[in-house]
Structures are given as structure tokens and as C-alpha cells.
Design a protein around this ligand. Sequence first.
Ligand SMILES: C[S@@+](CC[C@H](N)C(=O)[O-])C[C@H]1O[C@@H](n2cnc3c(N)ncnc32)[C@H](O)[C@@H]1O
Length: 263
Amino acid sequence: MTPYSREWDSSAYHRLSGPQLSWGKKVLARVKLHGDETLLDAGCGTGRLTADLLEALPHGRVIAVDLSQNMLRTAREHLAPRFGDRVLWVNADLQALPFKRAFDGIFSTASFHWVLDHDKLFRSLYGALRPGGWLRAQCGGGPNLERLRKRAAALAASPKYSPFLGGYAEPWTYSDAETAAERLRRAGFVAVDTGLEPALTVFEEAGKYSEFVRTVILHRHLERIPDAGLRDEFLEELTRQAAADDPPYSLDYWRLNLSADMP
Ligand SMILES: C[S@@+](CC[C@H](N)C(=O)[O-])C[C@H]1O[C@@H](n2cnc3c(N)ncnc32)[C@H](O)[C@@H]1O
């Protein structure tokens, strides 16, 4: 059994990923494009930002890569009618990309923290770029979701859940800006610029908070709990705790911005 599954509830992610979409749009707004580039969207998910990239590239192409077949299927359904063969969907691991010197630039949002070996990831991305190419990305970093993660870890260690989650290592890596910069330089990148920014995200009510946490954050934890009732109780407990936060039902997101070039 692999330690982590690759799949997502992609229709729910498509509907719920408003926060990721708004962060990603801000990252894209900072990217300078000529309009004819060949770009990689690394960890494209359901393609909401791939669509924005394609809009910004009237004479270019996007290769959209993701590990999840569900994500790629949903993305293809939404984007193929609009963009035809200007977008290619590829099921691959970002740590071992099947491309060499193929891209003018790499764009990625909300994905790198799901990839556990960042040295391997950055070497793979570097190898896929053409000389003079660039990487502009954002992912979770630093103290991302610390409050929720501490609560989930405490619950996981409790007698009720420890048979399923005891000793379970988190499926994410949240590096700080300095470590990320060192790793990018080690992979060969130059003009490296990294930094963290807070992105507190507030939900209107318990149901919305809980649905988001279930689909977007703790799905890997939950899939280890075999009983549906117990999975619901795990989420209900976290949601009860979030009701007492200031503001209630908020997630303490932190984003790590990564900008680097290939010489
Ligand atoms: C939170 S989603 C972000 C999707 C999209 N970029 C967005 O901003 O909405 C993270 C995506 O990264 C993908 N992913 C995680 N690990 C990956 C890997 N090693 N290789 C390729 N894709 C990966 C997941 O399958 C998922 O679609």
C-alpha cells in the first residue's frame, strides 16, 4: 500500500477552491508574458488557473501536469471545448517530469507542499526548463495551517483515532523562505526570490468550513479512517473547536512565493 493516495474529489475541489483561485490569480498577475510561450502548469488541479494562463497566452500553449486522474478529467471536461489543442493534459509526478528543456516558464500554485521531496522537485522542474526559462510559483509554507494541524495531530493521537492515524506523518511539507531559496539554488536556479505571506481565510459558517477542510485539507487523513461515521466525528470535533476561534471558522493559511530563473 502506498503511504498516500493520489486522488482527489475533483468535482468538490472545483466548486470549493475559491481561496486557491484567488491566490493563484494574484500570482499570475505578477507574471510577465509575451503571449506566445509554452508553459508548464505544475499541479494544475481542475484547471481553473490553467484557463487564466491560456487566456493570457493567445499564441501559446500550456502543458498541464497533475498526479491525479480525477483532477485531470475534470480539468479536461471544462477546458477542452474552450482551448482545444492549445492545452495538453499529462498525468505525471512533478518529481520526475517526462520533459527536458521543453518550457519557457513554469507556473504552479497550491501544489508544491503536496510534494514531499523539494530537492527532487526543483531538479525535475529545472531540467524541464529551456535556458533563460523561469519558475513563478506559490504553495503553502512556514506556519501554514498550524492551528488546524495541531488540533488534527492531537485528535489523531487520541485513543479513538490512533488505531488509524497513530504515527501518521503529515502528507505536506511546509518549508520556510530561506530553506526554499537554498533548495532552488542547489537545483541550479539563479535570481532566486522567496517570501512568506499570511492568507487568513474565513468561512461564513460551520458547514462551509467543514466541507472545505474535508475536501481540500484533511482528505488524506480521513481516507485512513475506515468508518464514515467516525470520519464525520473527526471533522465535527475540529469544526467545534474552530467555532471558538477569532474570527470563528478561520484557517491560518500562509503562502510561500517562489520566483527563480534558469541561467
Ligand atoms: C490543491 S491542488 C492545486 C490545484 C491548482 N493548481 C489550484 O491552484 O487550484 C494540488 C494539486 O497538486 C497535485 N499534486 C500533488 N502532488 C503532485 C505530484 N507529485 N505531481 C503532480 N501533481 C501533484 C494534486 O493532485 C492536486 O491536483
